[in-house]
Design a protein around this ligand. Structure first.
Ligand code: HEC
Ligand code: HEC
Length: 373
């Protein structure tokens, strides 16, 4: 039995398990190849035929700086989140990285009606207009007043009339004949005065470390040294970067009592009505209430060149402490005119040498912003 059983044993327990093992052994790479092919085709199919959704990490970022986000959760604004180089709201403009100061007394924004950067309609100008909103009260542009419009600086916390910003005073000094004297015949007294003004500007900008650093640079070296002159050159270069939203004050229209006009007169009841009922109002009712809210609103919006012109500007900026050099820069009309033209849908004529092929083929370039209209 044992002799006969041995070959049988070999047959059943020696031969049969081997093919199964082999089959299993062959099956593994087959399954693996099939699986990988499936994954590869699925990847291709998904890539080619299924449209991509914007990832939540991107879609959920707040790019619109609304009143609510700005006051309560500023850290959710995209500008403050992008880790290495956070983008401030004004970073559209080269190097303007400073955060702008909240205006606690502007009725248009604190009412809960408008965002502090309210312009959204035309992308050609909205960034420019929002930049203005950091140093001009809405009423300067949106309310009527005979030219030159009477202006006054107001404190962003108290709304009281205040002096013109130290930043402008420093700039005016360094760019004027007095600035030439400071470079050619510096004195200790002048150095101290300059440091004092810069510290004041930093304070007015809510303790801005970058302006504080400018003050430190000027304070460090001896007034007779080359390092002092280098510090002055550095200040002249950097100062203009702080002109937007860092004055600690804003310009508003000046009322007959000399105080700033910070909201529409006699509109409190209509504002309440609007805020409590805005969800339920019909289109026409809403317009009617908004008409009563905006008691002083001008029906016309201003063109850039109504302010940005040398002759007949709506604003007399020198009367509110703008140095002539700064005013002259703001009145160099052509650049503002160019933007106005882009808004009106006209082509932007670039000089030939700017076009890539040295202008031989395309003397005129159409402003790229027009494509999106
Ligand atoms: C430098 C002048 C200026 C200042 C300051 C200004 N605006 Fe405007 N605003 C304009 C102009 C010009 C337009 C028309 C814009 C257009 O054609 O796109 C406008 C349009 C608007 C609109 C409607 C269209 C849009 O862009 O959404 C609203 C709302 C508005 N402004 C609110 C405000 C509020 C609120 C403030 C203050 C926080 C303010 N503006 C400050 C010049 C200004
Ligand atoms: C009501 C008058 C007024 C109107 C209208 C106006 N601006 Fe201005 N703009 C100013 C004032 C005042 C400043 C300086 C603000 C400051 O000191 O921060 C300024 C500053 C600027 C600057 C910064 C220039 C610099 O050298 O720093 C630019 C750019 C500009 N405006 C473009 C425009 C454009 C484009 C328009 C039209 C869409 C426009 N402005 C409409 C009054 C106006």
């Amino acid at each position: 039995m044992s002799a006969g059983a041995t070959p049988r044993h070999d047959e059943t327990h020696g031969h049969e398990p081997v093919p199964i093992l082999r089959r299993v052994y062959a099956l593994v790479p087959i399954v693996a190849v099939l699986y990988l092919s499936f994954m590869a085709f699925r990847y291709l199919y998904v890539q080619l035929f299924i449209p991509w959704q914007t990832p939540v990490q991107v879609a959920a970022i707040r790019t619109r700086l609304t009143e609510e986000v700005w006051r309560t959760r500023p850290e959710e604004f995209v500008g403050t989140q992008l880790a290495e180089y956070p983008r401030a709201p004004l970073a559209h403009y080269h190097h303007i990285d400073g955060w702008f100061q909240p205006d606690q007394v502007n009725d248009c924004t604190r009412s809960g009606c408008h965002a502090p950067m309210p312009h959204a309609e035309h992308k050609e100008v909205r960034a420019f207009l929002n930049m203005h909103a950091t140093s001009l009260h809405c009423g300067v542009c949106h309310m009527d007043a005979a030219p030159p419009r009477p202006l006054v600086w107001y404190d962003l916390e108290t709304g009281a009339p205040t002096e013109s910003p130290a930043l402008l005073a420093v700039y005016g000094w360094l760019e004027s004949a007095r600035g030439v004297t400071l470079r050619e015949a510096p004195t200790q007294a002048a150095q101290e005065e300059l440091v004092g003004l810069l510290r004041k500007a930093a304070r007015q900008a809510g303790g801005d470390p970058a302006i504080e650093e400018l003050a430190d640079r000027v304070a460090g070296p001896r007034w007779t040294s080359a390092a002092f002159q280098e510090a002055i050159a550095h200040v002249r270069e950097r100062l203009p970067l702080h002109f937007r939203g860092e004055y600690g004050a804003k310009l508003a229209l000046r009322g007959a009592d000399g105080r700033p006009i910070l909201g529409h007169p006699n509109s409190a009841a209509a504002v309440q009505e609007y805020l409590t009922q805005r969800e339920t109002l019909s289109g026409a009712e809403r317009d009617a209430v908004l008409e009563r809210v905006h008691t002083a609103r001008s029906p016309q919006t201003l063109n850039c060149t109504e302010c940005h012109v040398a002759e007949g500007s709506l604003l007399d900026l020198e009367s509110v402490g703008y140095p002539p050099e700064r005013e002259a820069a703001l009145h160099r009309g052509w650049i503002f005119q160019a933007i106005e033209h882009i808004l009106a849908g006209q082509p932007l004529h670039l000089p030939g040498f700017i076009t890539p092929d040295n202008g031989s083929a395309a003397p005129t370039a159409t402003a790229p912003v027009e494509e999106g209209r």
